[in-house]
Design a binder for this molecule. Structure first.
Ligand SMILES: [Zn+2]
Length: 581
């Protein structure tokens, strides 16, 4: 049994990760007006530079850890795991970087860094009669896939709205308490799943578990293939029968020998992210963003770490989008580029679960661009079936900042509002200061995130992880998008919509019409359109931007032909806005 201190790397990494993240927030608040201090954190290039080395160190440290030289298991935090020839981790090779695409479908819990957490069931092992260990009781059993989700507390199955995601790796931690009745001899901890081979490891329990210390619990790295809807489990803490004098039902769950309890895993499906390299010509440079294999892996790892999906597929659109207009730190030009990326997604015929994310570098360096504060990302907040709005854009410099911005922007694309720290937003957010609420866990890097330190990725504070609140909300959205059978009456399919851009200053700008396979949802917006027979009232759909006022208003076909001199007015936020004469 290892104490938490036997694996100092875990803590060190968590801290470095936090600092790298803090850098991103200091320097790259999604919308930062110069001198604005919503988070109480200054935003200056000097601070950004100070923090660069932390980000760099974090990466180097992880590379070292992955060699396993330190003899420390990053997955479980334990250093005395059972080793066996079957320890070849199921995650190996599933996150390969191939050309222009990167996947993450379980790179973490079962993959890098570990010295092997599995014993191949009982096959080939000497069989010895075992019985429940005396003096040790199982107090809690918790599934970690991004956030803590208890399945047993105090001997009873926990009911919870927080989803358990099928086909996604999990760390299952067994919390215990050992007392004077325990003989101090090694305990075989066995996690069984119905008919399949159990996972076993040998531990020597000490005292009682605490959630913040990975090494204080018995930890099972469960591969995605084992996490299936309809799955069942049981846990036994066993010793050879000759070491046991009387039965201890509390050292097993369920307490009835040989019975199993359900784990309500649900299928959400995968998420595809298409990075659209924007060739930035707003300054005549033709600069392209970082789409190196290293950077792509950062996107894949952070999305997989946080999002409630079974896999993340990061791909790069082969053809960059050439962009000749200025996209300014203060916000000008952002909405035009976002609209272009959304239209590109539409004309590419991308699937509903394929989110387009345009990345670009509007200046030589981030610190040059953001010296006086800057917008770092912009996306749409559309309804569940508004596939056109599955698009966002953000800065595409090397490093974690671009990736954290992408995670935040796609959160908006999944309907999430801001978590309340440094910004107001989601009225249903359950935790003060945008705390993540429960312990977070990063399957990719084997790190635990304390809710007293980490805030939700939809906030403007740092360091960030995902809360159970947004984990559930994004799960619901992913499940809907992947599984939706949306009925659209034939007469509403593939219609052409006139569009106007609702600008932050309240002006309206015509956009090219677009054909959508089903009607947009957005916000229902009273709209009058000039027709050959006078004004006609229709209900438009306004799909809003996340970080600036306004959005794109879709106008359904009018009964009468539009007047040759096009004119439209729309009621937005209590005001009638109108196009020019
Ligand atoms: Zn935001």
């Amino acid at each position: 049994m290892s104490g938490g201190s036997s694996c100092p790397l875990d803590q060190g990494n968590a801290e470095l990760r936090g600092q790298a993240s803090r850098f991103a927030q200091l320097a790259g608040l999604r919308v930062v007006a110069a001198g604005e201090g919503g988070t109480g954190l200054a935003n200056s290039p000097a601070m950004a530079l100070q923090n660069f080395p932390c980000s760099w160190i974090s990466i180097v440290t992880l590379a070292v850890a992955a060699t396993g030289l330190l003899g420390c298991n990053l997955v479980t935090g334990a250093d005395d795991l059972v080793l066996s020839g079957a320890a070849q981790s199921p995650g190996d090779g599933s996150d390969g970087i191939g050309g222009q695409g990167v996947g993450a479908t379980g790179a973490g819990a079962t993959g890098s860094g570990g010295s092997g957490a599995y014993q191949g069931g009982e096959t080939g092992a000497p069989t010895e009669p075992m019985a429940s260990t005396e003096g040790v009781i199982i107090t809690d059993i918790v599934v970690y896939q991004s956030v803590a989700r208890p399945i047993m507390q105090g001997g009873s199955t926990t009911s919870s709205a927080i989803p358990i995601v099928a086909n996604r790796d999990a760390l299952i931690r067994v919390f215990y308490s050992a007392d004077g009745g325990y003989n101090g001899q090694p305990v075989t901890a066995r996690l069984s799943f119905g008919a399949s081979s159990p996972i076993e490891q040998v531990e020597t329990p000490v005292g009682s578990s605490s959630e913040g210390t990975l090494g204080s619990t018995i930890n099972f790295a469960v591969p995605a293939a084992q996490m299936q809807s309809g799955m069942t489990y049981r846990v036994d803490l066993l010793q050879p029968v000759d070491q046991v004098s009387s039965d201890n039902p509390a050292a097993r769950f369920p307490t009835t020998e040989g019975s199993f309890e359900a784990i309500p895993a649900q299928v959400a499906g995968n998420l595809t992210i298409t990075l659209v390299p924007v060739q930035y010509n707003g300054d005549g440079s033709g600069r392209l963003p970082d789409t190196s294999a290293t950077q792509l892996q950062r996107y894949a790892d952070l999305f997989f770490g946080m999002y409630p999906v079974s896999g993340i597929d990061v791909q790069v659109r082969s053809q960059p989008l050439s962009w000749g207009s200025t996209v300014a730190a203060g916000g000008n030009g952002w909405s035009e580029l976002l609209n272009a990326v959304a239209d590109l997604r539409s004309s590419d015929g991308a699937a509903s679960n394929n989110y387009y994310y345009g990345i670009f570098e509007p200046a030589d360096s981030f610190s040059t661009y953001c010296s006086g504060g800057c917008v770092a990302g912009l996306g749409f907040v559309g309804g569940p079936s508004d596939s056109w709005a599955h698009a966002a854009i953000g800065l595409g410099y090397s490093g974690d900042m671009a990736v954290e911005t992408a995670v935040h922007e796609l959160g908006h694309n999944h309907g999430r509002e801001h978590a309340p720290c440094g910004v107001s937003g989601d009225p249903a957010y359950p935790y003060p200061g945008a705390s993540i609420g429960v312990y977070g866990y990063d399957l990719v890097h084997g790190q635990l995130y304390n809710p007293s330190q980490f805030v939700d990725m939809m906030s403007y504070c740092s360091p960030t992880w995902i809360s159970d609140h947004n984990f559930k909300a994004i799960f619901d959205r992913v499940k809907f998008v992947n599984g939706a059978q949306i009925y659209t009456p034939p007469e509403l399919q593939n219609r052409s919509y006139e569009r106007v851009m609702v600008n932050p200053d309240g002006s309206l700008t015509w956009l090219a019409p677009i054909v959508l396979s089903r009607p947009p949802i957005g916000d229902a917006t009273a709209t009058t359109v000039a027709t050959v027979n006078g004004p006609e009232l229709v209900t438009g759909a306004l799909i809003r931007y996340d970080h600036i006022d306004g959005g794109v208003l879709f106008i359904p076909p009018t009964a009468q032909p539009m007047a040759p001199q096009r004119a439209v007015s729309a009621m937005v936020d209590g005001k009638w806005l109108a196009t020019g004469p």
